[in-house]
Design a binder for this molecule. Structure first.
Ligand code: SAH
Length: 227
């Protein structure tokens, strides 16, 4: 297929994917007291070319609402989960967000489409290099990627309005709580490695107290590193 025809095809498939996740969000929101996905988040999902963030041989599946392999035993998250986690942080333009687990870079791109500054940490060096390159090719200048153990956060750029952890953790890392602004929100899957985790929404109130809410069960690759 000619490139242009293929691009049109991808745009159509992307629209269908966003319709599907909108519907799914409508069904699941009442289970955790949510209100469905915001128009800003849906717009962001419509703009990011997910097929550019998956390996070539997976591109034809890029707009199916499911995780895909990106090599190195890692995955690009299910689009519905990307949209939900983005939505839960309730971000405003100009906010600063820390992401732990850059992976393909797709989640970071969705965040950047909301006009926020994204600081993303990836522990596997070749993954970080590849996703930083793709983000640059696609013009996502608001995304800053570095190699490291995200458990420790990124103190030089703290505090953050939002923190998103896209790997399953056994507990909530204290450094990430410390680097959250009062009024800020963190989303993080917590539970056993290689099992189901609970997606948590943690809010830090203006007095610095933490509030936790369980959202939905999820399944992420484990948060690794020496912590
Ligand atoms: N957000 C990604 C999905 C991430 S999959 C996307 O949009 O595609 C989880 C990623 O977290 C993997 O790439 C894995 O290497 C990385 N990871 C695991 N433990 C980590 C840690 N301690 N610090 C930083 N990254 C980590």
């Amino acid at each position: 297929m000619a490139d242009q025809a293929l691009d049109t095809e991808y745009v159509q498939r992307r629209r269908a994917m966003v319709e599907e996740i909108t519907e799914m969000a409508g069904e699941l929101a009442p289970t955790y007291g949510g209100a469905g996905l915001s128009p800003q988040v849906l717009d962001a999902m419509l703009r990011v070319p997910r097929h550019r963030f998956v390996p070539e041989d997976e591109r034809r599946y890029a707009y199916q609402n499911r995780p895909l392999s990106i090599g190195h035993n890692q995955t690009i998250s299910q689009p519905y989960i990307v949209a939900l986690m983005t939505d839960l942080m309730a971000l405003d333009t100009g906010d600063r967000v820390l992401e732990v687990g850059t992976g393909s870079g797709y989640q970071a791109a969705v965040l950047a489409e909301l006009g926020v500054e994204v600081y993303s940490i990836e522990i596997v060096e070749p993954i970080a290099r590849q996703s930083a390159e793709m983000l640059q090719v696609l013009g996502y200048e608001r995304v800053h990627v570095r190699v490291g153990d995200g458990y420790q956060g990124w103190p030089e750029h703290a505090p953050f309005d939002g923190v998103i952890v896209t790997a399953g953790a056994s507990h909530v890392p204290q450094p990430l709580l410390d680097q959250l602004k009062p009024g800020g929100r963190m989303v993080i899957p917590v539970g056993e490695a290689f099992d189901v985790q609970e997606l948590l929404l943690i809010t830090k109130d203006e007095a610095g107290h933490m509030h936790r809410q369980q959202v939905i069960p999820v399944r992420f690759v484990p948060l690794t590193g020496g912590h």
